[in-house]
Design a binder for this molecule. Sequence first.
Ligand code: FAD
Length: 493
Amino acid sequence: MADLDSDVIVVGAGNAGMCAALAARENGTRVTVLERAPEPERGGNTAFTAGAMRVVYHSADDILALVPELSESQVNETDFGVYDEAQFFEDMARITEYRCDPHLVEVLVTRSLDTLKWMRTKGVRFMPIYGRQAFKVGGRFKFWGGLTIEANGGGPGLVEAEMGAAEREGIEVLYGARALELLCDDDGVHGVRVREGGRTSELRSRAVVLAAGGFQSNAEWRTRYLGPGWDLAKVRGTRFNTGDGIRMALDIGASSYGNWSGAHAVGWDRNAPEFGDLRVGDGFQKHSYPWGIMVNAEGKRFVDEGADFRNYTYAKYGRRILEQPSQFAYQVFDAKVAHLLRDEYRIREVTVVKADTLEELAHKMEDVDPQGFLKTMKAYNAAVRTDVPFDATVKDGRRTEGLEVDKTNWANTVDEPPFEAYAITCGITFTFGGLRITTDAEVLDVDGEPIPGLFACGELVGGLFYFNYPGGAGLTAGSVFGRIAGSSAAALR
Ligand SMILES: Cc1cc2nc3c(=O)[nH]c(=O)nc-3n(C[C@H](O)[C@H](O)[C@H](O)COP(=O)(O)OP(=O)(O)OC[C@H]3O[C@@H](n4cnc5c(N)ncnc54)[C@H](O)[C@@H]3O)c2cc1C
Protein backbone atom coordinates (compact mmCIF):
# COMPACT_ATOMS: atom_id res chain seq x y z
CA MET A 1 0.00 0.00 0.00
CA ALA A 2 2.98 2.32 0.48
CA ASP A 3 3.22 3.11 -3.22
CA LEU A 4 -0.36 4.42 -3.50
CA ASP A 5 -0.70 7.79 -5.21
CA SER A 6 -3.90 8.48 -3.29
CA ASP A 7 -6.41 6.61 -1.13
CA VAL A 8 -9.45 7.51 -3.22
CA ILE A 9 -9.45 8.69 -6.84
CA VAL A 10 -12.59 10.44 -8.03
CA VAL A 11 -13.12 10.64 -11.81
CA GLY A 12 -15.02 13.82 -12.71
CA ALA A 13 -15.31 17.12 -10.85
CA GLY A 14 -19.02 17.88 -11.19
CA ASN A 15 -21.43 18.04 -8.27
CA ALA A 16 -21.50 14.26 -7.76
CA GLY A 17 -17.72 13.90 -7.90
CA MET A 18 -17.08 16.82 -5.57
CA CYS A 19 -19.63 15.55 -3.02
CA ALA A 20 -17.85 12.18 -3.19
CA ALA A 21 -14.46 13.83 -2.74
CA LEU A 22 -15.62 15.94 0.22
CA ALA A 23 -17.25 12.94 1.93
CA ALA A 24 -14.21 10.73 1.35
CA ARG A 25 -11.93 13.39 2.79
CA GLU A 26 -13.85 13.56 6.07
CA ASN A 27 -11.82 10.79 7.74
CA GLY A 28 -8.48 12.21 6.69
CA THR A 29 -8.42 10.06 3.56
CA ARG A 30 -6.15 11.32 0.77
CA VAL A 31 -8.35 12.21 -2.21
CA THR A 32 -7.40 13.01 -5.81
CA VAL A 33 -9.98 14.25 -8.31
CA LEU A 34 -9.27 13.79 -12.03
CA GLU A 35 -11.06 16.29 -14.24
CA ARG A 36 -10.88 15.98 -18.00
CA ALA A 37 -11.78 19.61 -18.70
CA PRO A 38 -9.24 22.41 -18.44
CA GLU A 39 -9.82 24.62 -15.39
CA PRO A 40 -11.77 27.40 -17.22
CA GLU A 41 -14.32 24.78 -18.33
CA ARG A 42 -14.55 23.01 -14.99
CA GLY A 43 -17.77 21.98 -13.28
CA GLY A 44 -19.21 19.64 -15.91
CA ASN A 45 -22.96 19.84 -16.47
CA THR A 46 -23.27 21.11 -12.92
CA ALA A 47 -21.86 24.48 -13.99
CA PHE A 48 -24.62 24.87 -16.60
CA THR A 49 -27.50 24.37 -14.18
CA ALA A 50 -29.66 26.87 -12.40
CA GLY A 51 -28.76 24.90 -9.28
CA ALA A 52 -32.36 23.84 -8.58
CA MET A 53 -32.49 20.90 -6.14
CA ARG A 54 -35.51 18.77 -5.28
CA VAL A 55 -35.54 18.13 -1.57
CA VAL A 56 -37.95 16.81 1.05
CA TYR A 57 -39.23 19.38 3.56
CA HIS A 58 -42.04 19.24 6.07
CA SER A 59 -42.38 22.87 7.03
CA ALA A 60 -40.90 26.34 6.75
CA ASP A 61 -38.53 25.27 9.55
CA ASP A 62 -36.86 22.76 7.22
CA ILE A 63 -36.44 25.52 4.64
CA LEU A 64 -34.97 27.74 7.35
CA ALA A 65 -32.48 25.02 8.27
CA LEU A 66 -31.20 25.23 4.68
CA VAL A 67 -31.58 29.00 4.37
CA PRO A 68 -31.12 30.52 7.84
CA GLU A 69 -30.44 33.86 6.13
CA LEU A 70 -34.19 34.26 5.35
CA SER A 71 -35.73 37.17 7.22
CA GLU A 72 -38.87 36.82 9.31
CA SER A 73 -40.82 38.97 6.86
CA GLN A 74 -39.69 36.79 3.93
CA VAL A 75 -40.90 33.70 5.78
CA ASN A 76 -44.18 35.38 6.66
CA GLU A 77 -44.91 36.38 3.10
CA THR A 78 -44.15 32.95 1.65
CA ASP A 79 -46.27 29.82 1.44
CA PHE A 80 -43.61 27.10 0.97
CA GLY A 81 -46.19 24.34 1.32
CA VAL A 82 -44.87 20.88 2.13
CA TYR A 83 -42.96 18.36 0.01
CA ASP A 84 -42.73 15.18 2.02
CA GLU A 85 -41.12 11.77 1.39
CA ALA A 86 -44.36 10.32 0.03
CA GLN A 87 -44.74 13.17 -2.52
CA PHE A 88 -41.13 12.90 -3.74
CA PHE A 89 -41.40 9.12 -3.98
CA GLU A 90 -44.73 9.37 -5.79
CA ASP A 91 -43.34 11.95 -8.23
CA MET A 92 -40.38 9.69 -9.07
CA ALA A 93 -42.66 6.69 -9.54
CA ARG A 94 -45.33 8.46 -11.62
CA ILE A 95 -42.90 10.43 -13.80
CA THR A 96 -40.84 7.32 -14.61
CA GLU A 97 -43.98 5.26 -15.28
CA TYR A 98 -43.22 3.13 -12.19
CA ARG A 99 -39.91 1.91 -13.63
CA CYS A 100 -37.47 3.59 -11.25
CA ASP A 101 -35.50 1.39 -8.86
CA PRO A 102 -37.39 1.66 -5.53
CA HIS A 103 -34.26 0.97 -3.43
CA LEU A 104 -32.26 3.75 -5.06
CA VAL A 105 -35.23 6.11 -4.98
CA GLU A 106 -35.79 5.47 -1.29
CA VAL A 107 -32.20 6.51 -0.59
CA LEU A 108 -32.54 9.57 -2.84
CA VAL A 109 -35.72 10.70 -1.12
CA THR A 110 -34.94 9.92 2.53
CA ARG A 111 -31.39 11.33 2.41
CA SER A 112 -32.17 14.44 0.39
CA LEU A 113 -32.73 16.93 3.22
CA ASP A 114 -29.90 15.61 5.36
CA THR A 115 -27.52 15.73 2.38
CA LEU A 116 -28.33 19.36 1.58
CA LYS A 117 -27.77 20.23 5.25
CA TRP A 118 -24.41 18.47 5.01
CA MET A 119 -23.57 20.49 1.87
CA ARG A 120 -24.23 23.64 3.90
CA THR A 121 -21.57 22.54 6.38
CA LYS A 122 -19.16 22.46 3.43
CA GLY A 123 -19.95 26.03 2.46
CA VAL A 124 -22.73 25.57 -0.12
CA ARG A 125 -25.47 28.17 0.32
CA PHE A 126 -29.09 27.84 -0.76
CA MET A 127 -32.02 30.12 -1.63
CA PRO A 128 -35.73 29.60 -2.28
CA ILE A 129 -36.40 29.78 -6.05
CA TYR A 130 -38.64 32.84 -5.86
CA GLY A 131 -38.06 33.78 -9.50
CA ARG A 132 -39.00 30.56 -11.27
CA GLN A 133 -40.98 28.36 -8.88
CA ALA A 134 -43.29 30.76 -7.05
CA PHE A 135 -46.20 33.00 -7.99
CA LYS A 136 -47.51 35.88 -5.93
CA VAL A 137 -51.06 35.08 -4.82
CA GLY A 138 -52.97 37.42 -2.52
CA GLY A 139 -49.76 39.24 -1.50
CA ARG A 140 -47.86 36.00 -0.65
CA PHE A 141 -45.41 33.95 -2.65
CA LYS A 142 -46.77 30.46 -3.26
CA PHE A 143 -44.40 27.69 -4.34
CA TRP A 144 -45.53 25.02 -6.79
CA GLY A 145 -44.27 21.77 -8.32
CA GLY A 146 -42.25 20.41 -5.39
CA LEU A 147 -39.16 22.39 -6.36
CA THR A 148 -38.31 25.11 -3.86
CA ILE A 149 -34.55 25.31 -3.29
CA GLU A 150 -31.60 26.32 -5.46
CA ALA A 151 -27.90 26.71 -4.80
CA ASN A 152 -26.83 30.31 -4.36
CA GLY A 153 -25.36 31.59 -7.61
CA GLY A 154 -26.95 28.71 -9.54
CA GLY A 155 -24.69 26.02 -11.02
CA PRO A 156 -21.61 28.28 -11.18
CA GLY A 157 -22.17 29.21 -7.51
CA LEU A 158 -22.47 25.55 -6.55
CA VAL A 159 -19.24 24.66 -8.39
CA GLU A 160 -17.45 27.62 -6.82
CA ALA A 161 -18.56 26.59 -3.31
CA GLU A 162 -17.59 22.93 -3.77
CA MET A 163 -14.22 23.74 -5.31
CA GLY A 164 -13.55 26.22 -2.51
CA ALA A 165 -14.31 23.53 0.06
CA ALA A 166 -12.05 21.06 -1.75
CA GLU A 167 -9.18 23.55 -1.69
CA ARG A 168 -9.69 24.32 2.01
CA GLU A 169 -9.79 20.64 2.86
CA GLY A 170 -6.68 19.68 0.93
CA ILE A 171 -8.29 17.68 -1.87
CA GLU A 172 -6.09 17.48 -4.94
CA VAL A 173 -7.88 18.38 -8.20
CA LEU A 174 -6.01 17.70 -11.46
CA TYR A 175 -7.44 19.53 -14.51
CA GLY A 176 -6.92 18.37 -18.08
CA ALA A 177 -6.55 14.86 -16.64
CA ARG A 178 -8.64 12.33 -18.55
CA ALA A 179 -9.14 8.90 -16.99
CA LEU A 180 -8.78 6.31 -19.74
CA GLU A 181 -9.21 2.94 -18.04
CA LEU A 182 -9.43 1.25 -14.67
CA LEU A 183 -6.47 -0.67 -13.25
CA CYS A 184 -7.97 -3.93 -12.18
CA ASP A 185 -7.10 -7.53 -11.32
CA ASP A 186 -8.89 -10.44 -9.63
CA ASP A 187 -8.96 -8.50 -6.36
CA GLY A 188 -10.74 -5.53 -7.86
CA VAL A 189 -9.92 -1.97 -8.90
CA HIS A 190 -6.61 -0.40 -7.85
CA GLY A 191 -6.50 2.90 -9.72
CA VAL A 192 -6.78 4.40 -13.17
CA ARG A 193 -4.73 4.98 -16.27
CA VAL A 194 -4.83 8.69 -16.97
CA ARG A 195 -3.80 11.00 -19.82
CA GLU A 196 -2.55 14.39 -18.76
CA GLY A 197 -0.60 16.96 -20.76
CA GLY A 198 -0.15 14.50 -23.65
CA ARG A 199 1.34 11.77 -21.42
CA THR A 200 -0.21 8.59 -20.11
CA SER A 201 0.49 7.31 -16.62
CA GLU A 202 -0.97 5.09 -13.93
CA LEU A 203 -2.33 6.38 -10.63
CA ARG A 204 -2.83 3.79 -7.90
CA SER A 205 -5.41 4.02 -5.11
CA ARG A 206 -7.46 1.89 -2.74
CA ALA A 207 -10.71 2.88 -4.41
CA VAL A 208 -12.05 4.70 -7.44
CA VAL A 209 -15.30 6.67 -7.61
CA LEU A 210 -16.66 7.15 -11.12
CA ALA A 211 -18.52 10.46 -11.50
CA ALA A 212 -17.78 11.27 -15.14
CA GLY A 213 -21.35 11.98 -16.30
CA GLY A 214 -23.48 10.40 -19.02
CA PHE A 215 -22.83 9.93 -22.75
CA GLN A 216 -24.90 12.83 -24.11
CA SER A 217 -21.91 14.56 -25.68
CA ASN A 218 -21.00 11.51 -27.75
CA ALA A 219 -22.97 11.75 -31.03
CA GLU A 220 -22.10 8.17 -31.99
CA TRP A 221 -23.34 6.68 -28.68
CA ARG A 222 -26.44 8.87 -28.81
CA THR A 223 -27.32 7.44 -32.20
CA ARG A 224 -26.40 3.94 -31.12
CA TYR A 225 -28.42 3.88 -27.90
CA LEU A 226 -31.07 6.63 -28.12
CA GLY A 227 -31.78 5.97 -31.79
CA PRO A 228 -31.64 7.55 -35.25
CA GLY A 229 -31.97 11.32 -35.22
CA TRP A 230 -30.32 11.82 -31.84
CA ASP A 231 -27.06 12.71 -33.56
CA LEU A 232 -28.94 15.88 -34.59
CA ALA A 233 -29.75 17.00 -31.05
CA LYS A 234 -27.86 19.90 -29.50
CA VAL A 235 -26.02 19.32 -26.23
CA ARG A 236 -27.12 21.67 -23.45
CA GLY A 237 -24.10 21.26 -21.23
CA THR A 238 -20.46 20.21 -21.17
CA ARG A 239 -18.75 18.70 -24.21
CA PHE A 240 -16.74 16.34 -21.97
CA ASN A 241 -19.43 13.85 -20.89
CA THR A 242 -18.86 11.28 -23.62
CA GLY A 243 -19.55 8.14 -21.61
CA ASP A 244 -15.95 7.49 -20.46
CA GLY A 245 -16.90 6.47 -16.94
CA ILE A 246 -19.57 4.07 -18.15
CA ARG A 247 -17.25 2.57 -20.78
CA MET A 248 -14.38 2.07 -18.33
CA ALA A 249 -16.64 0.16 -15.96
CA LEU A 250 -18.32 -1.93 -18.67
CA ASP A 251 -14.84 -2.85 -19.95
CA ILE A 252 -14.06 -4.62 -16.66
CA GLY A 253 -17.40 -6.42 -16.44
CA ALA A 254 -19.76 -3.92 -14.76
CA SER A 255 -23.48 -4.35 -15.29
CA SER A 256 -25.39 -1.85 -17.41
CA TYR A 257 -28.66 -0.67 -15.94
CA GLY A 258 -31.58 1.64 -16.54
CA ASN A 259 -33.14 3.38 -19.50
CA TRP A 260 -30.32 3.26 -22.09
CA SER A 261 -32.63 4.50 -24.85
CA GLY A 262 -33.86 7.38 -22.69
CA ALA A 263 -32.57 10.87 -22.04
CA HIS A 264 -33.50 14.17 -20.47
CA ALA A 265 -34.09 16.52 -23.40
CA VAL A 266 -35.87 19.86 -23.64
CA GLY A 267 -36.91 22.63 -25.99
CA TRP A 268 -33.70 24.59 -26.75
CA ASP A 269 -33.02 27.52 -29.05
CA ARG A 270 -32.91 26.34 -32.66
CA ASN A 271 -29.72 28.31 -33.31
CA ALA A 272 -27.87 27.34 -30.13
CA PRO A 273 -24.32 25.96 -30.63
CA GLU A 274 -23.47 22.23 -30.74
CA PHE A 275 -22.53 22.19 -27.02
CA GLY A 276 -23.44 24.39 -24.09
CA ASP A 277 -21.96 27.86 -23.71
CA LEU A 278 -21.06 28.70 -20.11
CA ARG A 279 -21.70 32.41 -20.77
CA VAL A 280 -25.33 31.64 -21.61
CA GLY A 281 -25.75 28.74 -19.16
CA ASP A 282 -29.30 27.36 -19.33
CA GLY A 283 -30.55 30.51 -21.15
CA PHE A 284 -31.11 28.65 -24.44
CA GLN A 285 -33.89 26.59 -22.83
CA LYS A 286 -37.45 27.71 -23.48
CA HIS A 287 -39.65 26.41 -20.69
CA SER A 288 -42.74 28.64 -20.74
CA TYR A 289 -44.72 26.55 -23.26
CA PRO A 290 -47.50 25.79 -20.72
CA TRP A 291 -48.67 29.39 -21.23
CA GLY A 292 -48.77 29.17 -25.04
CA ILE A 293 -48.78 26.59 -27.81
CA MET A 294 -46.17 24.74 -29.87
CA VAL A 295 -46.40 24.06 -33.61
CA ASN A 296 -44.18 22.13 -36.03
CA ALA A 297 -43.14 22.82 -39.65
CA GLU A 298 -46.63 21.88 -40.83
CA GLY A 299 -48.09 24.42 -38.44
CA LYS A 300 -49.62 21.62 -36.33
CA ARG A 301 -49.61 21.20 -32.58
CA PHE A 302 -48.10 17.90 -31.43
CA VAL A 303 -48.16 17.79 -27.58
CA ASP A 304 -50.47 18.80 -24.75
CA GLU A 305 -48.52 21.84 -23.60
CA GLY A 306 -50.59 21.96 -20.41
CA ALA A 307 -50.45 18.27 -19.45
CA ASP A 308 -48.79 19.09 -16.14
CA PHE A 309 -46.59 21.66 -14.43
CA ARG A 310 -43.51 22.49 -16.50
CA ASN A 311 -41.30 20.56 -14.01
CA TYR A 312 -43.00 17.33 -14.99
CA THR A 313 -43.13 17.63 -18.78
CA TYR A 314 -40.14 19.67 -19.97
CA ALA A 315 -37.63 16.80 -19.79
CA LYS A 316 -39.61 14.56 -22.15
CA TYR A 317 -40.78 17.15 -24.68
CA GLY A 318 -37.30 17.54 -26.22
CA ARG A 319 -37.74 14.06 -27.72
CA ARG A 320 -41.12 15.04 -29.15
CA ILE A 321 -39.56 18.10 -30.80
CA LEU A 322 -36.76 15.95 -32.26
CA GLU A 323 -39.43 13.70 -33.81
CA GLN A 324 -41.00 16.60 -35.76
CA PRO A 325 -40.17 17.29 -39.45
CA SER A 326 -36.72 18.97 -39.61
CA GLN A 327 -36.45 18.60 -35.80
CA PHE A 328 -37.82 22.00 -34.83
CA ALA A 329 -40.89 23.77 -33.49
CA TYR A 330 -42.12 27.24 -32.63
CA GLN A 331 -43.58 28.30 -29.28
CA VAL A 332 -46.27 30.92 -29.80
CA PHE A 333 -47.55 33.42 -27.21
CA ASP A 334 -49.75 36.50 -27.23
CA ALA A 335 -49.72 39.66 -25.14
CA LYS A 336 -51.98 38.16 -22.43
CA VAL A 337 -49.24 35.82 -21.24
CA ALA A 338 -46.08 37.71 -22.22
CA HIS A 339 -45.52 38.75 -18.59
CA LEU A 340 -45.42 35.08 -17.55
CA LEU A 341 -42.46 34.21 -19.79
CA ARG A 342 -39.28 33.24 -17.96
CA ASP A 343 -36.09 35.32 -18.13
CA GLU A 344 -34.58 33.02 -20.78
CA TYR A 345 -37.00 34.51 -23.36
CA ARG A 346 -35.37 37.90 -22.97
CA ILE A 347 -31.73 36.96 -23.61
CA ARG A 348 -29.77 38.44 -26.51
CA GLU A 349 -29.14 35.02 -28.10
CA VAL A 350 -32.81 34.23 -28.76
CA THR A 351 -34.45 33.22 -32.06
CA VAL A 352 -37.77 35.06 -32.05
CA VAL A 353 -40.17 36.68 -34.49
CA LYS A 354 -42.88 39.18 -33.53
CA ALA A 355 -45.95 40.50 -35.33
CA ASP A 356 -49.21 42.34 -34.78
CA THR A 357 -51.38 39.79 -36.58
CA LEU A 358 -51.29 36.01 -36.73
CA GLU A 359 -51.14 36.23 -40.55
CA GLU A 360 -47.99 38.34 -40.39
CA LEU A 361 -46.52 36.04 -37.74
CA ALA A 362 -47.25 33.00 -39.93
CA HIS A 363 -45.12 34.45 -42.71
CA LYS A 364 -42.28 35.36 -40.41
CA MET A 365 -41.97 31.87 -38.87
CA GLU A 366 -39.19 30.43 -41.00
CA ASP A 367 -39.83 26.94 -42.52
CA VAL A 368 -43.43 26.80 -41.18
CA ASP A 369 -46.43 26.25 -43.49
CA PRO A 370 -48.43 29.50 -42.98
CA GLN A 371 -51.77 28.02 -44.04
CA GLY A 372 -51.34 25.04 -41.74
CA PHE A 373 -50.46 27.35 -38.84
CA LEU A 374 -53.45 29.66 -39.39
CA LYS A 375 -55.80 26.68 -39.61
CA THR A 376 -54.40 25.35 -36.32
CA MET A 377 -54.84 28.72 -34.61
CA LYS A 378 -58.42 29.09 -35.74
CA ALA A 379 -59.40 25.65 -34.47
CA TYR A 380 -57.42 26.11 -31.25
CA ASN A 381 -58.90 29.49 -30.36
CA ALA A 382 -62.41 28.17 -30.98
CA ALA A 383 -61.81 25.14 -28.72
CA VAL A 384 -60.71 26.98 -25.53
CA ARG A 385 -63.07 26.65 -22.54
CA THR A 386 -63.06 30.37 -21.72
CA ASP A 387 -65.70 29.78 -19.04
CA VAL A 388 -63.02 28.16 -16.79
CA PRO A 389 -60.80 30.77 -15.07
CA PHE A 390 -57.06 30.78 -15.81
CA ASP A 391 -54.80 30.17 -12.79
CA ALA A 392 -51.06 29.65 -13.30
CA THR A 393 -50.50 28.35 -9.74
CA VAL A 394 -52.65 25.21 -10.02
CA LYS A 395 -53.57 22.76 -12.74
CA ASP A 396 -56.58 24.91 -13.56
CA GLY A 397 -58.49 22.61 -15.91
CA ARG A 398 -58.90 25.47 -18.38
CA ARG A 399 -58.65 23.35 -21.48
CA THR A 400 -59.55 22.92 -25.10
CA GLU A 401 -62.18 20.47 -26.18
CA GLY A 402 -62.50 18.47 -29.37
CA LEU A 403 -59.02 18.94 -30.86
CA GLU A 404 -56.88 16.09 -32.14
CA VAL A 405 -54.32 17.16 -29.50
CA ASP A 406 -56.08 18.95 -26.66
CA LYS A 407 -54.40 21.30 -24.25
CA THR A 408 -55.70 20.27 -20.82
CA ASN A 409 -54.62 23.15 -18.55
CA TRP A 410 -53.79 26.86 -18.91
CA ALA A 411 -55.42 27.08 -22.37
CA ASN A 412 -55.76 30.75 -23.30
CA THR A 413 -56.88 31.95 -26.70
CA VAL A 414 -53.97 33.33 -28.73
CA ASP A 415 -55.59 36.48 -30.07
CA GLU A 416 -54.14 39.55 -28.40
CA PRO A 417 -51.29 41.31 -30.25
CA PRO A 418 -48.39 41.58 -30.28
CA PHE A 419 -47.66 37.92 -30.96
CA GLU A 420 -44.28 36.26 -30.36
CA ALA A 421 -42.93 32.98 -31.78
CA TYR A 422 -39.71 31.34 -30.52
CA ALA A 423 -37.85 28.77 -32.67
CA ILE A 424 -36.65 25.71 -30.76
CA THR A 425 -35.08 22.34 -31.38
CA CYS A 426 -34.14 19.42 -29.12
CA GLY A 427 -31.47 20.08 -26.50
CA ILE A 428 -30.21 16.97 -24.72
CA THR A 429 -29.31 17.39 -21.04
CA PHE A 430 -28.14 13.97 -19.92
CA THR A 431 -28.65 10.29 -20.64
CA PHE A 432 -30.60 8.00 -18.31
CA GLY A 433 -28.80 4.67 -18.85
CA GLY A 434 -25.67 3.81 -16.93
CA LEU A 435 -24.16 1.53 -14.31
CA ARG A 436 -25.88 -0.63 -11.71
CA ILE A 437 -25.01 0.33 -8.14
CA THR A 438 -26.01 -0.79 -4.66
CA THR A 439 -27.50 1.61 -2.12
CA ASP A 440 -23.89 1.97 -0.85
CA ALA A 441 -22.89 3.17 -4.36
CA GLU A 442 -20.80 0.04 -5.06
CA VAL A 443 -20.70 -0.81 -8.77
CA LEU A 444 -22.13 -4.28 -9.47
CA ASP A 445 -20.73 -6.67 -12.06
CA VAL A 446 -22.77 -8.62 -14.59
CA ASP A 447 -23.18 -11.42 -12.04
CA GLY A 448 -24.65 -9.02 -9.49
CA GLU A 449 -21.55 -8.90 -7.26
CA PRO A 450 -19.89 -5.64 -6.13
CA ILE A 451 -16.62 -4.93 -7.94
CA PRO A 452 -14.17 -4.39 -5.06
CA GLY A 453 -12.83 -0.84 -4.97
CA LEU A 454 -15.26 0.62 -7.51
CA PHE A 455 -18.04 3.11 -6.72
CA ALA A 456 -20.22 5.38 -8.87
CA CYS A 457 -22.50 8.38 -8.57
CA GLY A 458 -24.19 11.09 -10.61
CA GLU A 459 -25.42 11.02 -14.17
CA LEU A 460 -23.71 7.74 -15.00
CA VAL A 461 -25.84 5.77 -12.53
CA GLY A 462 -28.70 3.86 -14.17
CA GLY A 463 -32.06 2.95 -12.66
CA LEU A 464 -33.28 6.30 -11.36
CA PHE A 465 -34.83 7.98 -14.41
CA TYR A 466 -36.94 6.43 -17.17
CA PHE A 467 -38.73 8.31 -20.00
CA ASN A 468 -38.91 11.49 -17.95
CA TYR A 469 -37.56 13.26 -14.91
CA PRO A 470 -38.85 15.54 -12.15
CA GLY A 471 -36.97 18.87 -12.29
CA GLY A 472 -34.18 19.30 -9.74
CA ALA A 473 -33.70 15.57 -9.08
CA GLY A 474 -30.37 15.30 -10.96
CA LEU A 475 -28.30 17.46 -8.68
CA THR A 476 -29.91 15.97 -5.59
CA ALA A 477 -29.22 12.42 -6.82
CA GLY A 478 -25.60 13.39 -7.51
CA SER A 479 -25.21 14.87 -4.03
CA VAL A 480 -26.90 11.99 -2.19
CA PHE A 481 -25.07 9.19 -4.00
CA GLY A 482 -21.87 11.22 -4.27
CA ARG A 483 -21.73 11.59 -0.51
CA ILE A 484 -22.47 7.87 -0.07
CA ALA A 485 -19.90 6.84 -2.72
CA GLY A 486 -17.22 8.98 -1.05
CA SER A 487 -17.94 7.54 2.40
CA SER A 488 -18.04 3.98 1.09
CA ALA A 489 -14.78 4.46 -0.82
CA ALA A 490 -13.03 5.98 2.19
CA ALA A 491 -14.22 3.13 4.43
CA LEU A 492 -12.45 0.57 2.24
CA ARG A 493 -9.28 -0.57 3.96
C1 FAD B 1 -28.38 23.40 -19.01
C2 FAD B 1 -28.60 22.43 -17.89
C3 FAD B 1 -29.42 22.80 -16.82
C4 FAD B 1 -29.65 21.90 -15.77
N1 FAD B 1 -30.37 22.31 -14.71
C5 FAD B 1 -30.50 21.50 -13.64
C6 FAD B 1 -31.09 21.95 -12.44
O1 FAD B 1 -31.43 23.14 -12.29
N2 FAD B 1 -31.26 21.05 -11.43
C7 FAD B 1 -30.82 19.74 -11.52
O2 FAD B 1 -31.00 18.97 -10.58
N3 FAD B 1 -30.19 19.32 -12.62
C8 FAD B 1 -30.01 20.15 -13.67
N4 FAD B 1 -29.34 19.70 -14.77
C9 FAD B 1 -28.80 18.32 -14.74
C10 FAD B 1 -27.50 18.33 -13.90
O3 FAD B 1 -26.56 19.12 -14.58
C11 FAD B 1 -26.90 16.97 -13.70
O4 FAD B 1 -27.85 16.08 -13.22
C12 FAD B 1 -25.74 17.01 -12.70
O5 FAD B 1 -25.01 18.20 -12.80
C13 FAD B 1 -24.83 15.85 -12.95
O6 FAD B 1 -23.74 15.91 -12.08
P1 FAD B 1 -22.52 14.94 -12.32
O7 FAD B 1 -21.50 15.31 -11.32
O8 FAD B 1 -22.99 13.55 -12.43
O9 FAD B 1 -22.02 15.33 -13.80
P2 FAD B 1 -21.19 16.61 -14.29
O10 FAD B 1 -21.49 17.80 -13.49
O11 FAD B 1 -21.38 16.70 -15.76
O12 FAD B 1 -19.66 16.21 -13.99
C14 FAD B 1 -19.03 15.17 -14.72
C15 FAD B 1 -17.57 15.57 -14.89
O13 FAD B 1 -16.81 14.46 -15.37
C16 FAD B 1 -15.81 14.95 -16.24
N5 FAD B 1 -15.30 13.84 -17.05
C17 FAD B 1 -15.91 13.21 -18.09
N6 FAD B 1 -15.12 12.22 -18.56
C18 FAD B 1 -14.00 12.23 -17.80
C19 FAD B 1 -12.81 11.45 -17.79
N7 FAD B 1 -12.60 10.45 -18.67
N8 FAD B 1 -11.83 11.73 -16.87
C20 FAD B 1 -12.01 12.76 -15.97
N9 FAD B 1 -13.11 13.52 -15.95
C21 FAD B 1 -14.11 13.25 -16.83
C22 FAD B 1 -16.50 16.04 -17.02
O14 FAD B 1 -15.58 16.94 -17.60
C23 FAD B 1 -17.36 16.69 -15.93
O15 FAD B 1 -16.70 17.77 -15.32
C24 FAD B 1 -29.08 20.59 -15.82
C25 FAD B 1 -28.24 20.25 -16.87
C26 FAD B 1 -27.98 21.15 -17.89
C27 FAD B 1 -27.05 20.75 -18.99
